[in-house]
Design a protein around this ligand. Structure first.
Ligand SMILES: Nc1ncnc2c1ncn2[C@@H]1O[C@H](COP(=O)(O)OP(=O)(O)O)[C@@H](O)[C@H]1O
Ligand SMILES: [Mg+2]
Length: 370
């Protein structure tokens, strides 16, 4: 019986039929089709050897199902466990640990929290107020403020002054934001990375948000470094389908945005030239993974990355550093608390809504996760 590759997609129109046709056309004992889901059971075997997931960042039901599919031996591209764990601050730390140039980055506590979080009771682990002077001194100006979980260029702000930084932060609501050094680049590259091995560096203009077909856009040395750094990062992340952005300043490629597990594969933005490359290599990868399954649950090889000493990490401006001692006591609420399970007569503070749905998850532009 033929091995099956399933495709889960949103409204993108050009990549899905081209991919399905390409896999089926090869006649390699592997067929491709759109996945059809009703209400899966916990022990359902996976019909698919491989599933290509292009949209679970916007349809959480798919992610929930895909984790079960991994347990049943399906190879999911991309690994739903890693995708669930990634964020831009983690990415900054990972790239830095790998010795890859990355703009200086700080993560900020949220401006706001979900209802039920009482600031002076629930947030005892947070220092307040933030030391904005130290943050700006470390990062420099202008700086970038962006959503740690963002995509599609949403909630990305260039801040020229500390006032602008604080004003934008004050508007960030429930998002967890990072502050980042602004890289004044003279060259911008976006790499399409497939199968943790194939790296296609393309000249990209972020102002126009456009790829340019220009084969000699990089010198040999820069080209090699961009490809090597992309491969190193993509292997650490374990993403089989990804795009990575590099901003080059003084000949050094800085990793800007490299966790795009549902990269743009539209024929108009990629251009037909790179679109054909993507369809061909996606088909190669899917067929290969169907025939040579990979035990995905053992894939997150992070212990190699995190072997460094806890004390070697540079402590920065106080912003990322927790206080060294014990937690401050909770002030007993003067009045019955507003939320949770604390009884009105007890001095126990209200329970935090730890099991509340993640209010931070927000819709991202479907085609724009890259
Ligand atoms: N540190 C930075 N220095 C210079 N430009 C940046 C920096 N971070 C982001 N940008 C610009 O903003 C764009 C969007 O930011 P990015 O991190 O890619 O967010 P998203 O994940 O929403 O696409 C990038 O393509 C780049 O042009
Ligand atoms: Mg981007």
């Amino acid at each position: 019986m033929a091995l099956k590759v399933g495709l889960i997609v949103g409204r993108e129109w050009s990549f899905p039929p081209a991919f399905i046709e390409e896999v089926n056309r090869r006649n390699e004992g592997v067929t491709a089709e759109f996945v059809q889901l009703g209400a899966p059971r916990m022990d359902d075997p996976s019909e698919y050897a491989v599933i290509i997931d292009r949209i679970s960042h916007e349809v959480p039901f798919y992610r929930t199902y895909l984790k079960q599919a991994v347990i049943q031996g399906c190879t999911v591209v991309n690994n739903p466990f890693m995708w669930t764990a990634d964020d831009k601050f983690f990415g900054a730390a990972l790239a830095t640990r790998l010795g890859i140039a990355h703009p200086k980055t700080i993560v900020l506590p949220n401006k706001e929290y979900i209802p039920g979080i009482v600031h002076d009771e629930s947030l005892r682990n947070l220092k307040y107020p933030l030391d904005w002077e130290a943050i700006v001194e470390y990062i420099g100006l202008p700086c970038i403020l962006k959503d740690a979980h963002g995509g599609g260029w949403k909630d990305v702000y260039v801040c020229r002054t500390m006032r602008e930084l604080i004003d934008n932060y004050d508007q960030s609501g429930l998002l967890t934001m990072i502050v980042q050094e602004f890289i004044h680049w003279d060259h911008f590259i976006r790499c399409i990375c497939l199968g943790q091995d194939e790296i296609l560096p393309i000249k990209y203009d972020p102002r126009e948000r456009k790829y340019h077909v220009e084969h000699a856009h990089m010198g040999e040395e820069l080209g090699r470094r961009v490809v090597d750094d992309s491969r190193k990062l993509v292997r650490a992340l374990g993403y089989d389908m990804n795009s990575m952005e590099w901003a080059v300043r003084d000949g050094v490629p800085y990793a800007i945005d490299f966790m795009n597990p549902a990269p743009d594969m539209d024929i108009y933005s990629l251009t037909p030239h790179y679109f054909d490359w993507v369809v061909k290599h996606m088909a190669d990868m899917a067929i290969d993974l169907a025939k040579n399954p990979r035990p995905q649950v053992r894939e997150l090889k992070w212990e190699d990355l995190f072997a460094g000493s806890r004390h070697s990490a540079e402590m920065v401006g106080g912003a990322a550093v927790l206080g060294s001692g014990s937690l401050p006591p909770v002030a007993a609420p003067a009045a019955p608390s507003v939320a949770g399970s604390g009884s009105a007569s007890s001095a126990r503070p209200a329970a935090d809504p730890g099991d509340a749905p993640d209010a931070i998850v927000r819709a991202e532009a479907e085609e724009g996760h890259a």
